[in-house]
Design a protein around this ligand. Structure first.
Ligand code: PMV
Length: 333
């Protein structure tokens, strides 16, 4: 089973031959930050994960994408208003993904992507990027797919994109089927208006190793990775329960421990996978100092050096005065 087969299973064969339903399609999707991480694939082609994961979306921060026919035979890809070099990683990944949805030899497509978060700085822009692209294609072709199908298609671009087709707290079920039709995300029926996530950008440079290679290396070479599925099996039900109680102390502690455990598996890989900068350690210590001082504040980190901070609205002033560099996001508006 390859990506092409999955697309055919969802859309049928005819869709690639049918033209778009309108002149252009638009899609918008939020970035998301995992509280229980997706780390390691059981199928690298279909982006099927070893474990289930759970994230919170970043409100209005994310990606807006429009798709239309180009006047050239080549694709035109614009990222934040500037043409992306055709041999860049970004353009190549995008073109390969678009090829899943068209017959070879047709006209080029023009894809315009605007990110409201720094690209490739560990703030999950590939997640919102592929989710917004799938939503734009759905709009352009008039497929009117349900959330589950949209999530599966977005997963083919980037695993965490499966969660970005929804807002709020979202769980991605790992699934067991070889074709991945049971591996999709679903929003939790749960709103927590006082939940805050602070973005602490310590470096906006593109990371040296992407999540794909880092995961593969960790799964293949780190003995510590063997403990990871057990860690998630413990953290995930704990998180679901802490979230439904709107308990910031349990939620934060579980999310922070899960993130640190994920990064620890990378340290056991060879060559080692370490995303942290000295600033990352200093930021973690600052969060811990604030917590020692009585403020319920917790940290999480993804495949990059930046830190995200979890807290509740009633402590926003304390957190921002201790960490002025933070951008506070209210996922529920
Ligand atoms: O979707 P990817 O391949 O960019 O992987 C994302 C991995 C983490 O951000 C580290 C964890 C997660 O669940 O988002």
């Amino acid at each position: 089973m390859n990506k092409h087969d999955v697309v055919t299973r969802i859309l049928g064969d005819a869709t690639r031959r049918c033209g778009p339903a309108k002149r252009q399609g638009t899609g918008e999707a939020p970035a998301n930050i995992a509280l229980c991480k997706y780390w390691g694939k059981r199928d690298t082609e279909l982006n099927l994960p070893v474990t289930s994961s759970l994230s919170v979306s970043l409100g209005t921060l994310g990606t807006r994408t429009t798709v239309q026919q180009a006047e050239t035979t080549e694709d035109i890809v614009l990222l934040n208003g500037a043409p992306a070099a055709p041999d860049s990683d970004f353009a190549r990944r995008l073109n390969a993904f678009l090829d899943l949805f068209r017959e070879p030899g047709g006209p080029g497509w023009r894809v315009e992507t605007v990110n409201t978060i720094p690209t490739a700085a560990g703030l999950a822009s590939s997640a919102s990027g592929f989710a917004a692209l799938v939503l734009a294609l759905d709009d352009w072709f008039g497929w009117a797919l349900d959330g589950r199908s949209l999530s599966i298609l977005a997963r083919l671009g980037s695993g965490s994109a499966s969660r970005s087709v929804f807002t709020g707290f979202v769980e991605w079920h790992a699934g067991e089927a070889a074709d991945g039709m049971d591996s999709y995300a679903e929003p939790l029926d749960l709103s927590w208006p006082d939940f805050r996530i602070g973005l602490w950008t310590l470096s906006a440079e593109a990371k040296k190793i992407g999540s794909r290679d880092a995961m593969r290396r960790t799964v293949e070479t780190s003995a510590l990775y063997r403990a990871w599925p057990g860690q998630c099996a413990e953290d995930l039900p704990g998180l679901r329960s802490a979230l439904s109680d709107r308990d910031i102390e349990r939620t934060g502690a579980l999310a922070e421990r899960n993130a640190l455990a994920m990064h620890a598996t990378g340290l056991g890989a060879w060559p080692p996978v370490l995303f942290w900068l000295p600033e990352t350690v200093a930021a973690l210590r600052a969060v811990w100092a604030l917590r020692d001082g009585g403020v319920p504040v917790y940290a999480t980190m993804d495949a990059g050096p930046n830190v995200k901070v979890l807290f509740e609205a009633n402590r926003e002033a304390d957190v921002l005065s201790a960490i002025p560099a933070l951008t506070a996001v209210a996922p529920f508006g």
